[in-house]
Design a protein around this ligand. Structure first.
Ligand SMILES: Cc1cc2nc3c(=O)[nH]c(=O)nc-3n(C[C@H](O)[C@H](O)[C@H](O)COP(=O)(O)OP(=O)(O)OC[C@H]3O[C@@H](n4cnc5c(N)ncnc54)[C@H](O)[C@@H]3O)c2cc1C
Length: 427
């Protein structure tokens, strides 16, 4: 095993972890993309901290009893130990290098951490194409570029897959007769890109982006210099800007039904919005919740007719037309409150509920790219038919780009075009 890491079994846990002054344990599994994303970070940090902290790996599938005893239910899970006692954060999922460092620094103490940080060497990597974003657009571009033997690095601030990875079922992606689990579809896409030779840097922090010099810095130490860049960073849910929204985001307020609806089995929720995504998502939530109140600013829904018919005939769903949310609150019992205003009368009332879902559209992920890129009136990147933006050698593909329809198929199409056009320019 590379780095200063020791692979152990449960029977050596006492000796190799609990009896050590300082230790960190990585419970990993095979066929686990987040474990693969963690592996190189864990290895490189073991080279820096490995003389002071004992780095250990445990294969979870073969050490289930120990994992259960330690309440480890997912891979990877990192646990930090000081003198046999669990300390710091328990990290899991797409683990950031900076989060591991923060916990290691606490273990070794401020002075030692400062000394160890000096050992971190800056790395400069060159590539033909750098893809920012590993959703369907970025992954497709990667497949095409790698198959054309063009050196390609794909950077994602999260794990690859984009929105598809969190979509419950995808029924409109060609080639599959039955609806596909979104997580598996995105997994196939990213494995395909990887097996064709795309280099992944995922679950990383992007510290600096210089589009004109085509350089980005990630995780505080690696600079990637590219000849071309494809921006495929997608979009994110638009916040409402209502008091309480920031405070309770992820703690009572959700933007993803696929991710969170399951927590509302037989509970009541409020859905904000009346467009396609709000109505489709409300219908999905109604499989779990006992009551859904939709708060919508207009006097009619803007969703497609089929979805409207379903939502209007769903007995669990009540719609407040011409109401807008004004404040979100949190309580001990019945959890959340939404103050809504009747737009006709101006009167306000409070709805008590267990959870709130907001679906009021999306905004492009472009905040780290400076202000030189040309945008459309909604803030999405302008690009020509071959996905070229106004900046030389910078392309845009997928949901981040200005276009009328945002679907997996349109993202895949953009990624294809951007890759072929980039390849031609590189020739
Ligand atoms: C709830 C929901 C359900 C959907 N269902 C369907 C469906 O059934 N069928 C369908 O065709 N479409 C569906 N869509 C739309 C579809 O998912 C999107 O059109 C598609 O995922 C867009 O792909 P993309 O690659 O452009 O962006 P995304 O899928 O959004 O991927 C963008 C990636 O970029 C990464 N990123 C963000 N910022 C940065 C940065 N600064 N640097 C590096 N990486 C970054 C993100 O982590 C992400 O992985 C759905 C969307 C949602 C929200």
């Amino acid at each position: 095993m590379a780095g200063k890491i020791k692979e152990i079994d449960a029977m050596d846990f006492q000796k190799e972890v609990l009896d050590k002054e300082l230790a960190v344990v990585d419970f990993y599994s095979t066929e686990c993309p987040p474990c693969e994303a963690l592996a190189s970070k864990y290895e490189s940090l073991s080279d820096i901290y490995g003389d002071d902290v004992h780095f250990v790996k445990i294969f979870r599938q073969e050490n289930r009893e120990l994992a259960t005893e330690l309440d480890v239910s997912g891979s990877p899970t990192l646990i930090f130990y000081k003198k046999g006692k669990v300390t710091g954060d328990r990290l899991s999922g797409g683990i950031l290098r900076s989060d591991i460092m923060k916990n290691l620094d606490t273990l070794v103490g401020e002075e030692k951490a400062e000394e160890l940080h000096k050992r971190i060497e800056a790395v400069e990597t060159e590539t033909d194409v750098l893809i920012l974003g590993g959703g369907p657009a970025g992954l497709t571009a990667g497949v095409y570029l790698a198959q054309a033997h063009i050196k390609t690095i794909l950077v994602d601030t999260a794990l690859p897959g984009g929105y598809v990875a969190t979509t419950h079922l995808v029924s409109n992606y060609p080639g599959f007769i039955e609806p596909q689990n979104g997580y598996m579809l995105s997994h196939y896409m990213s494995e395909q890109a990887k097996s064709n030779g795309v280099e992944f840097r995922v679950a990383v922090e992007v510290n600096q982006v210089d589009l004109e010099k085509k350089r980005i810095k990630i995780d505080g130490y690696e600079t990637i210099k590219a000849r071309k860049i494809i921006i495929a960073t997608g979009s994110k849910p638009r916040p409402l800007g209502v008091p309480g929204e920031d405070t309770y985001r992820g703690n009572g307020i959700s933007y993803c039904a696929t991710c969170d609806a399951k927590y509302f089995q037989d509970k009541e929720v409020v859905v904000i919005g009346g467009g396609n995504s709000a109505i489709e998502e409300a219908l999905f939530i109604s499989k779990f919740a006992s009551k859904i109140t939709i708060v919508h600013q207009f006097d009619h829904l803007q969703a497609n007719k089929e979805a409207q018919k379903k939502v209007l005939s769903d007995e669990k769903i009540e719609i407040l037309f011409e109401f807008e949310p004004r404040e979100f609150k949190k309580y001990d019992t019945m959890d959340m409150g939404v103050v809504v205003e009747d737009l006709k009368s101006g009167e306000r009332k409070e709805i008590r509920t267990n959870g709130i879902f907001i679906f009021v559209g999306f905004i492009p992920n472009i905040e780290s790219f400076g202000n030189k890129l040309k945008l459309d009136q909604w803030g999405y990147l302008e690009a020509d038919e071959e996905m070229r933006t106004n900046l030389d050698g910078i392309y845009a593909a997928g949901d981040v780009k200005s276009k009328p329809f945002r679907q997996i198929t349109t993202a895949v199409s953009d990624g294809t075009i951007a890759a072929i056009a980039t390849g031609k320019e590189l020739e």
